[in-house]
Ligand binder design. Structure first.
Ligand code: NAP
Length: 319
């Protein structure tokens, strides 16, 4: 498996011992604990890719029935430990906060693997369930799992952060590639930062859009109007960042050192969109740092702009 940085990962032998003779497909038998959004979508995607999804555990009868309808070959169970008698590789797709509690109820056989799908937790949280020769791993698809078919389609081309030791690492890489995704290895200490960056890219970006729409209302635009006007600018900035680099993509009044323009913006926001002031200030302060580092602003000009951005704080306006 080559990740997108060109690093080569050690495959080693695939997990074949598991619970009995190897599956004729050559892939490990997959069991899923937690038939929620991620468990169901991964089950469907893997099954369509020809990986044998043989068992599912869900405490909820309706979710079990839904999973059985989607993947008739999977045996449904109400208790998580029952999946261990069927599968070589068990995907633990329960909420992050439930991973430790469910893990405590499981005891894997040698040759089996237990893999959670949390972006935050390290693979080591699974250790209490691992007998000698069993392995723990993490498989986190960078996809917003909302609607089933949309999620399955979004897995194609998505990044999956995998973490495990070989040979499981190689199996997880193959599993990601089987569903059309690109595996990258993000280990222990880096996982929280990786997940935080993902949150900024998804929810954080939506927060920025929300502020843009609020400021747009000050100009008489409704939400659709703001999206129609500013989305092309956003796409242009993203394309510039992708082709030129992030620092070089910065344009606008901060990089020009237009102090009066920034003052006018702050004044307009105080009157028309005070709820967006804090985000405007934070974003502009970050822009000043980029502009100074890029040499577009000298240190004194940068300091003047940072001082302007702080003006008025501590008074009655939102911090
Ligand atoms: N949603 C996303 O976009 C996304 C993206 C990437 C990764 N993830 C990760 O994937 C994992 C699952 O997320 P999800 O969005 O699929 O969650 P979800 O839709 O809430 O589904 C969670 C499943 O786990 C079961 N479950 C919940 N609490 C449990 C407990 N205490 N003990 C045993 N089972 C329990 C649920 O109940 P039943 O047993 O009753 O079925 C359900 O089937 C999380 O680690 C999450 O961080 C999520």
């Amino acid at each position: 498996m080559d990740d997108r940085h060109g690093h080569r990962h050690d495959h080693g032998p695939t997990i074949a011992r598991g619970v009995g003779t190897p599956h004729p497909s050559g892939h490990p038998r997959i069991g899923i604990i937690g038939a929620g959004r991620v468990g169901t979508a991964l089950g469907v995607a893997l099954s369509r890719a020809g990986w044998p999804v043989v068992a599912v555990a869900s405490r909820d009868v309706a979710r079990r029935a839904n999973f059985a309808r989607l993947i008739p070959a999977a045996r449904p169970f109400s208790e998580a430990p029952a999946v261990l008698d069927e599968a070589d590789l068990v995907l633990l797709t329960v909420p992050d906060d439930a991973v430790a509690a469910v893990t405590a109820k499981l005891r894997l056989y040698g040759g089996q693997a237990l893999v959670h799908t949390s972006g935050l937790l390290p693979a080591s949280v699974l250790e209490p369930a691992l007998a000698a020769g069993a392995r723990g791993g993490a498989f986190h698809p960078l996809v917003a799992f909302a609607d089933l078919e949309r999620a399955v389609a979004s897995l194609v081309g998505a990044t999956v952060a995998v973490d495990a030791e070989p040979p499981l690492l190689g199996v997880l890489g193959e599993m990601a590639e089987a569903i059309g995704a690109q595996p990258v290895r993000i280990g222990g200490g880096g996982r929280a930062a990786y997940h935080a960056a993902a949150m900024l890219a998804a929810g954080g970006f939506v927060g920025l859009l929300h502020a843009i729409a609020e400021v747009g209302r000050g100009a008489g635009l409704d939400e659709a109007g703001s999206l129609a006007i500013y989305a092309p600018l956003i796409r242009q900035s993203l394309a510039n960042a992708e082709s030129l680099g992030i620092d070089a993509a910065l344009t606008g009044p901060v990089v020009r050192g237009d102090e009066q323009t920034i003052r006018a913006h702050l004044d307009a926001l105080r009157r028309l969109a005070p709820g967006a002031l804090r985000l405007y200030r934070a974003a502009a302060a970050r822009e000043v740092e980029i502009a100074v580092a890029r040499g577009a602003l000298d240190a004194a000009g940068g300091a003047r702009l940072q001082a302007i951005l702080l003006e008025g704080q501590g008074g009655t306006e939102p911090a």
